[in-house]
Design a protein around this ligand. Structure first.
Ligand SMILES: Nc1ncnc2c1ncn2[C@@H]1O[C@H](COP(=O)(O)OP(=O)(O)O)[C@@H](O)[C@H]1O
Ligand SMILES: [Mg+2]
Length: 397
């Protein structure tokens, strides 16, 4: 059941919107009120009991989003849709920055509302199924472009979490073109890989998962990617990935996913990101990354991860870079949660030894930064929409 609060400045448009909600076929409970976006705070109590907020205001302008921002800050799980006749780029940008899920143009884009509700309904049902049993958390690291350090960070993040002995950790390398996480962890390749899980979904069970993981230490396992990246047949389908993650959640406290970067992020990788509890985007201060990041944030947004919920991690942080942190945040409409320093010496040495640097160069600034990132993302209740309140850490810089 989706709880919807509709604030509309026109009874006529409100009826049309309600008919679109009806057309989606999802089960919903609707509360509605008439007024402008500026009056939103009057309805705070009803909005806090809702999961979707639709604001339809013909006069909506960027500077009137304060109330919307306040509501989104009060109710972290709230998904907000704005509807306006011809939303300007300024309005769309401002809305993204305050955490609005989607801005729709009236009346042309109102059909989008149907697909959004269907996606939210599917997510809600999936999370209800997941929460019915005790489960571990899935943390994904994505990147708009290869070479940003996603795998190094995912591997070391997993190793840092596993430092607590009573925590079971699984790293899954879903990267299609560069399934190389195993190289950061062991000198010999794993005899079994993800390709061995390519069986019908109903045959995917805990025993098979257990047989395919490589044991780095008693409480830290890794599921490596197929050895031949060109072997398309070895690629798991989205439904298989989802099943593997559901099984992994039951058996591990932390499931860290390296889905790959840029064009590597196919439907299977995006399915993994969609069911993740926390998504971080690894960035560099470079225009090529900025452009790719914008596109990637849009595809993540379509999956229900609004820009404000994706944690930005700047790797190889350079204080002197032309693209400084405020520029990056302004361009992407997302806050930088953490910065990691460049450290060629220790990164190369760790890779040469096939030992994560949080182990073999534990005192380096990079290792300390990754441990701090693990603390930030693992703090109790670190859910999806907390990026904006996480203090930015420029570790060791
Ligand atoms: N902060 C860093 N300082 C120095 N080298 C790094 C850093 N982060 C990653 N690297 C190195 O950069 C290369 C690419 O990193 P990788 O994690 O494979 O990137 P991606 O998975 O995003 O393609 C690796 O050799 C890795 O050791
Ligand atoms: Mg990689």
């Amino acid at each position: 059941m989706i709880d919807i609060f509709l604030l509309s400045s026109s009874p006529e448009r409100a009826s049309h919107i309600v008919s679109r909600i009806e057309a989606s076929g999802v089960a919903y409970r609707l509360r509605r009120a008439y007024g402008s976006a500026g009056q939103i705070c009057v309805h705070k109590q009803a909005i806090t009991r809702s999961s979707v907020l639709i604001v339809d205001d013909a006069e909506l302008v960027a500077r009137e989003l304060d109330g919307v921002e306040e509501m989104l800050a009060c109710v972290p799980a709230l998904r907000c849709v704005l509807i306006a006749p011809a939303p300007s780029d300024a309005l769309r940008g401002a809305a993204r920055r305050v955490g609005v899920q989607q801005v729709l143009a009236w009346p042309n884009e109102t059909d989008e509302l149907v697909s959004l509700l269907l996606r939210l309904d599917a997510r809600q049902r999936m999370s209800e199924r997941m929460s019915a049993r005790p489960s571990g958390r899935i943390v994904s690291f994505v990147s708009p472009k290869g070479g940003s350090g996603t795998t190094l960070i995912a591997v070391n993040f997993a190793q840092a979490l596993a430092a607590s002995r009573n925590r079971r950790v699984l790293l899954i390398d879903l990267s299609r073109q560069s399934a190389d996480a195993g190289l950061f962890l062991a000198t010999k390749p794993s005899p079994q890989t993800l390709a061995d899980l390519d069986v019908p979904v109903e045959q995917l069970d805990a025993r098979l998962l257990e047989a395919c993981v490589m044991r780095i230490q008693a409480n830290f396992h890794v599921l490596t990617g197929p050895r031949d990246p060109l072997d398309g047949a070895a690629r798991l389908q989205p439904a298989q990935v989802e099943r593997v993650l559901a099984l992994a959640r039951k058996r591990y406290d932390a499931v860290i996913v390296d889905p790959g970067s840029g064009t590597d992020l196919d439907a299977s990788a995006l399915r993994a990101v969609a069911v993740s509890d926390s998504v971080s985007m690894v960035m560099q201060q470079n225009p090529l990354y900025l452009q790719g990041a914008r596109r990637l944030l849009d595809s993540l947004g379509a999956q229900g991860h609004a820009a404000g919920t994706v944690r930005m991690v700047v790797n190889r942080y350079d204080r002197q870079a032309r693209i400084d942190l405020p520029t990056l945040e302004r361009t992407l409409g997302a806050k930088v949660a953490h910065c990691l320093p460049r450290d060629d010496k220790h990164a190369d040495a760790a890779l040469g030894l096939a030992v994560p640097l949080v182990k073999c160069a534990a005192d380096s600034a990079l290792a300390q930064g990754i441990r701090l990132l693990a603390d930030i993302l693992w703090q109790p209740g670190a859910g999806r929409r907390e990026t904006s309140i996480v203090q930015r850490n420029e570790c060791g810089l």
